[in-house]
Design a protein around this ligand. Sequence first.
Ligand code: M6R
Length: 594
Amino acid sequence: MCGIVGYLGNEDAKAIVLNGLFKLEYRGYDSAGLSLYNEKKQRFDMYKDQGRVAHLEALSKDAERSSIGIGHTRWATHGKVNQINAHPHVSHSKRFVVVHNGVIENYKALKRDFLNGMTLESETDTEVIVQMLDSFAQNMSTKDAVQKTLGLLKGSYALLILDQKHPDRLVAAKNKSPLILGKSDNGFIVASDLVALSKHSDCFAPLDDYSVVVVKKDKVSYFNRENSPVEMVFEPMDFDDNLAEMGPYPHFMLKEIMEQPLVVRTIINKYFDEDVLKIKPDIIEALNNSDRVYVLAAGTSMHAGFVGKRLFEKMTDLPVEVHIASEFAYHAPTFSEKPFFVLISQSGETADLRACLVHIKELKHRVLTITNVRTSTLAREADYFLEIFAGPEIAVASTKAYTAQLIVLTLLAYAYGKQTFDIRKALSELAHAMESYLADFEAVETLAKTVLTKRNAFFIGRGVDYYVSLEAALKLKEISYIQAEGFAAGELKHGTIALIEENTPVFGLISDKRIALNTRSNLDEVRSRGARTVTISIDSLSEEDDAIILPDVHEYLRPTMMVLPTQLIAYYAALQRGCDIDKPRNLAKSVTVE
Ligand code: M6R
């Protein structure tokens, strides 16, 4: 969702902020804006509009060189997508300029109580902040005005503030929404995500909730939630900027699909010491002390959770429940006596999960976060944390992170379940099998073109194949806009089969011997009602007419293999329709609002 970048230093602020905004495009947005200090005119100039960052770059092409600036990509929550509602927002006197990521829940009450019925220019919740700052700063220092304003906000915010009276400083503040400060000999950069600041920083420090940082060219002052000055602890920048580049691929999504064998190998390297699996003993201990695992997640990560549940049930004696984070946050089930919570999130910033975490913490239960972003809020606030090492995932549609989540869940179940098969070998074989499939998938491109000719489609399977079907359907709908459903193969005949018409595409997934024939019967049922069926099977269970036959891998790792062709089917269906594959409409990569 919204992304923010600010810069103060010796270099060209516009170039650095725009570069950061380009890097944040993947989060999803509909408008972009920028404010730069114009030293000649001693004011902050404003450039903003709906549309892409490239459009903003053109809009600001004649801007004066500046050493300080802030920028924003907006994913609309309050008010239409238009130029006025785009950030930055400026106060009536033009003194303060603000960009904001998050949602101010009490903005209407704040407007009523502190802005005396002032007419606001935009429909956003953010504008209230900038007008309050201006109004408070008339009778107090900027620092006090910032503290007073922040103290009144309810909701989430990552904020960058510029003050015309002090154009040599940049103020940043955060609660719930992410914000990271980067430092180099040439200046400071602050942004929502490491990817936007890595190129211009030698080291970085994530900001804590309720903290405020005042950045000057030669100095940073950091204040904690009690408003006391504290030392900022910087970590060396180890983020490889090249990993977030598209390279020879036409889309990030295709690049990320192709990277999956590499992700499996990276996980092997990170999680094994020679042949010994390294899962922190305190995590195993926490599982030992629990009687039930509650997996909470959203979207693709939830689909990984479903597969994880099945793996746990096969490899261990611990029951697992999977819950939709947004439901769990406010309608939690009755817990077992000794519950253990596992949050799965690629971004580690999903607001629905954050709401769950707050609830779980209030109840004083233990939480493990499994995420791709070790600096993320959910990683930092959980008791335990496992990194999935997928590398930066830029396409909105999650592919390699799903695979990495499945592998880490498998490792966790393996370690806790005291399994003894050679999992390292099984993973190496998986990487190899994935590679061999990804070396030759032309058939999928043709299939996507010839089969997906209708406005709807179905993916069906049983057991873990059902869970992979859910993921396959989500992938297809989010990037190609074809209405797709993932279904338990045996359930179709209880109602949904009524939707089957001539040439309705139905993909059947078959990777489990026990129910292979049942799924085949379900495919026969829909085929005899006109459906265009496509069978995706694993070699040892394949039949001659199956459209896609995948190499055999260890049974616990089959979901990771089965998902590959479905990701490619979604990709080519979207390509065929001319969709914006990496940035599908209405979607955001990191969903930081509830
Ligand atoms: O960052 P998270 O894993 O917490 O995100 C959860 C979902 O928003 C995400 O998986 C979403 O469904 C993706 N667009 C799927 O491709």
